[in-house]
Design a protein around this ligand. Structure first.
Ligand code: PLP
Length: 401
């Protein structure tokens, strides 16, 4: 019997009851704007910021309208402007180079390794080309952060971390987002906590965070923040920083706070699903699993594997055979950007140099989400289907001359 999977790869869990109840309270009182509070009231957004700062161990936190907005705000607060070059990963998603373009910057791409992390040797060679690195922990793969920070500190390069896929994750014992000057998180539906759209920014740098708060549109009400620098830090910054509104509202914060409290449990569930898929795919001929360093304390909300050195037709064949059996795979190497996949050379607004070693890896990356609505048995079935289809295509290609 041919197994067919019928689950939906884009179906997230419902918002927890506590979140729905808290959202109802906000809707009933009507004070959705973060600065619309009555005497003695602490806005949901201010509480979320305080709780997220606590969860990550950061001094300061700012909640904003999206992950992309968090990144552009961090870049602006670090002084990136028109024509400035910014180092970033060649393997990432479109909002990352998009954030650089939004502030008038120009991305310089750094290669990817077979472990799907930034190539630190390539980075070392390019550090003299920019003052800022926008590091994307793409798909939750975390590079050796100690080595990365040592390289960047020695070259005076400021690090901004894109943690869209690493909320709840660490390198060794320090959470992602705490290594660089800013950590930028997303609370968009497909990330680790879900408010439809939303973003969180953390930092230990008081001046940079004061600028970020002013940028986000604080209408001089920064004293109502709780996870913020003291008022004196804003003394000059408040006159010098433009307002580029992108605040989070109380409704989203109300939905997010209970989810944040359950993040550790949720992370364990994701990793259990990841392990089932990884075990199911182990030693499949032609298929390479992505290695993980012992220092990576990851949260695996998605799964990647490599079909290294396969020709394009054979990879397409695997994708379509799996699709016919209900397993929705995304191929990052496809020449045309489709859905959420894209390659650095498809962002034609930003020039790029050819990167052959990176192209070889990118061309081989197959990706799928692992939503928590999938059971462990679902994950085992998904692995059996992928294993069967990869093996079938690999064998039929291997016999050709
Ligand atoms: C989702 C995502 C972002 C941006 O998040 P939005 O909230 O959608 O703006 C940034 N980087 C990566 C790698 C992402 O996947």
């Amino acid at each position: 019997m041919t197994e067919i999977f019928t689950g939906l790869f884009t179906q997230q869990e419902p918002i927890p009851e506590e979140g729905i109840a808290a959202a109802n309270v906000v809707m009933q009182h009507g004070r959705l704007h973060r600065y619309n509070t009555v005497d003695g009231e602490i806005a949901e957004v201010a509480m979320l910021e305080e709780e997220f700062a606590q969860a990550t161990g950061a001094d300061y936190c700012l909640a904003v309208a999206s992950g992309g907005y968090a990144i552009t705000t961090a870049l602006r607060a670090c002084g990136v402007g028109q024509g400035d070059r910014v180092l970033t990963n060649a393997f990432t998603l479109a909002p990352v180079p998009g954030a650089i373009a939004a502030v008038g910057g120009v991305p310089i791409y750094v290669g990817v390794t077979e472990q799907l992390v930034i190539d630190l040797d390539d980075l070392a060679n390019k550090l003299d080309q920019a003052d800022v690195l926008l590091l994307s922990h793409m798909r939750g793969h975390i590079c050796d952060m100690e080595r990365l920070m040592a390289l960047c500190n020695a070259a005076n390069v400021t690090v901004v971390e894109d943690c869209a896929h690493t909320m709840g994750a660490s390198w060794e014992d320090i959470p992602t987002g705490r290594w660089g000057r800013f950590g930028c998180f997303s609370t968009q539906t497909y990330k680790h906590i879900n408010s439809g759209e939303g973003g969180l920014l953390i930092s230990n740098d008081a001046e940079a965070m004061a600028r970020a708060i002013m940028l986000s549109g604080s209408y001089m009400m920064f004293e109502r923040h709780r996870a913020a620098p003291t008022a004196s830090v804003f003394a000059q910054i408040k006159y010098e920083t433009p307002n580029i509104s992108g605040r989070m509202d109380n409704l989203r914060a109300a939905i997010l706070r209970p989810q944040l409290r359950h993040l550790a449990e949720q992370s364990a569930k994701w990793n259990a699903r990841y392990d089932v898929v990884a075990n199911g795919l182990a030693e499949t001929p032609g298929l390479t699993l992505v290695g993980r360093d012992a220092g990576e304390k990851f949260v695996a909300s998605s799964f990647q594997f490599l079909l290294l050195d396969w020709d394009e037709a054979a990879i397409s064949e695997v994708i379509s055979r799996c699709a016919r059996r209900g397993v929705e795979l995304k191929w990052f190497g496809a020449a045309e950007p489709v859905g959420f996949t894209s390659r650095y050379d498809s962002w034609r607004y930003a020039p790029s140099e050819p990167m052959p070693a990176t192209d070889r890896v990118l061309a081989s990356i197959v990706d799928m989400r692992l939503p928590l609505t999938f059971s462990l048995e679902d994950c085992a079935m998904i692995a059996r289907i992928i294993r069967a289809e990869v093996s079938a295509v690999f064998q039929s290609n291997a016999v050709q001359p």
